[in-house]
Design a protein around this ligand. Structure first.
Ligand SMILES: Cc1cc2nc3c(=O)[nH]c(=O)nc-3n(C[C@H](O)[C@H](O)[C@H](O)COP(=O)(O)OP(=O)(O)OC[C@H]3O[C@@H](n4cnc5c(N)ncnc54)[C@H](O)[C@@H]3O)c2cc1C
Length: 450
């Protein structure tokens, strides 16, 4: 099959059983190239198409907040799939075990799976692929220019991947077709877990209240519409101002794959009125976001200082013994109990809403470096907090953002200063000169919210 988004993992011939899509990153029925690819395989073979889902009992630092968001979205997606004649089959357990189980029971002849870059996921993908007697494909429906197509190596910085992405962008910026009804149906449906069982199953995750983000494909599309009709116009000027609402707040939906980045790009570029804002948005949604997948895909040390450049490790080591006027425990950080009211407000925003503004994420991570005895521990703490509380955590963007903030990944050396060495520094006074920090602090710490 000739689709540059699809990567052939294995090409054994596998009989005439159904084609299956193992959905594990792109949780949507619309604008899903992995699903469309799997469907065209099934149509060619004149066999049923099924979507398989393995619900892991734990995933990195995910809490009930993120599992509920995932499941509520998935329930909506499963209904769309069923209405198109595509059964959605879910089992509770590690995907490495339950997906091969379903593959065997259904005698799947070809398996298509979402592309992913995280180590844990790639391990699962290998085990699942090994269990299939038939073709196995990996389809990148996350990146507009597929990760493998954009570059075959770890890119040095945004400036090195940008021209590569832009060179191929028009080839991939094509509106995805509607998902057709599938003409071949499954004779015998294997056992599948209900959503009630699934919601019960994820109660074993650490408990965290849900947020105001409404999950699902429908809600994601509504957020996109509201963004295009509103905040997008001020994105160019306002994206780095935490008190200005001019950001899309689409990251939870993009993270869970409840909306396609290609759909967002398609609508924004076609309908955005302020061209500077559109260009600034494309830079984040396409260049920065795809740089993150490139980084995690090519560097398995994306979540530890093994991914830092030599200059960054050298400068951080040179400053390890520097006096640190403030040192906090993880517990103090988690409880937003530092001397810095701006940092505390950002931490509270994340804990309470499941989403922190981009500018504050940079400030927040850099202060963790400043207040932790060792940079490796600072990285661990930032990742733990980000993955536990953000709806969009456990994402290549998160690991890259933390590595950029603490280890200068994709950045350059700056003027040397205590603790940070040549790593870019951010200060309270710098934030004060950029925006009305009091307004932000007050908004996050209003008693009614605490
Ligand atoms: C320390 C730190 C941690 C971060 N953790 C995460 C995370 O866990 N998950 C996550 O999705 N993003 C993370 N980011 C990147 C960025 O802050 C968020 O994507 C953004 O704030 C999400 O809000 P939004 O959707 O309103 O963004 P918008 O400004 O509206 O941008 C649109 C989309 O572009 C992408 N994007 C925007 N900024 C970046 C960026 N700097 N790098 C890569 N992609 C970007 C996101 O997919 C985002 O949804 C982190 C950044 C830092 C510095």
């Amino acid at each position: 099959m000739d689709d540059p988004r699809a990567y052939a993992v294995k090409s054994e011939s596998g009989g005439n059983g159904p084609v299956a899509l193992w959905m594990h990153r792109e949780h949507r029925a619309r604008d899903n190239h992995a699903l469309l690819f799997a469907q065209s395989l099934a149509e060619r073979r004149k066999v049923p198409l099924v979507v398989l889902y393995g619900l892991a009992p734990a995933f990195l630092e995910a809490a009930t907040r993120q599992f509920d968001f995932l499941l509520r979205g998935l329930r909506e997606t499963s209904a769309i799939l069923e209405s198109k004649g595509i059964p959605f089959l879910m089992r509770l357990g590690s995907p490495e075990e339950v997906v091969p189980e379903m593959v065997r029971e259904l005698k799947v002849s070809a398996l298509v799976m979402d592309f992913d870059v995280l180590r844990l996921k790639r391990g699962w993908m290998k085990t699942v692929a090994d269990s299939v007697h038939g073709e196995v494909w990996e389809v990148d429906s996350r990146n507009t220019v597929p990760c493998r197509v954009a570059s075959d190596k770890r890119e040095y910085a945004a400036r090195t991947i940008r021209p590569k992405i832009h060179k191929r962008l028009s080839e991939f910026l094509v509106e995805p077709p509607e998902l057709p009804e599938h003409p071949f149906s499954l004779k015998k449906r294997p056992e599948t877990a209900s959503f009630e069982e699934a919601f019960q199953y994820v109660r074993q995750a650490p408990a965290l209240p849900e947020t105001n983000f409404v999950p699902g494909e429908e809600a994601a599309a509504e957020r996109l519409e509201a963004f295009i009709g509103g905040e997008l116009d001020s994105y160019g000027k306002g994206r780095n101002v935490p008190t200005n609402p001019g950001v899309s707040r689409l990251s939870p939906y993009l993270h869970f794959g409840q909306i396609s980045a290609l759909r967002v790009l398609w609508e924004v570029t076609a309908r955005g009125r302020d061209r500077d804002s559109v260009a600034a948005y494309v830079e984040q949604l396409v260049v920065r976001r795809e740089l993150s997948d490139n980084f995690c895909f090519h560097d398995p040390d994306y979540d530890n200082p093994g991914c830092f450049a030599d200059w960054a490790v050298g400068t951080l080591e040179d400053h390890l013994a520097d006096d640190r006027p403030y040192v906090y425990s993880l517990e103090q950080l988690e409880k937003a109990a530092t001397h810095d009211d701006l940092w505390n407000a950002a931490q509270l925003e994340m804990v309470r809403t499941g989403h922190m503004h981009n500018y504050m994420r940079m400030y927040w991570a850099k202060k963790i470096l400043e207040w932790t005895p060792h940079y490796a521990e600072a990285m661990e703490r930032a990742i733990y907090l980000n993955d536990r509380y953000q709806l969009d955590g456990r994402d290549s963007n998160g690991y890259t953002g933390v590595a950029w903030s603490i280890g200068g990944v994709h950045d350059r050396g700056w003027t040397e200063r205590p603790i940070f060495g040549k790593i870019r520094y951010m200060s309270y006074n710098g934030a004060k000169s950029k925006f009305r920090i009091r307004e932000y602090i007050d908004a996050q710490t209003r008693p009614a919210l605490l």
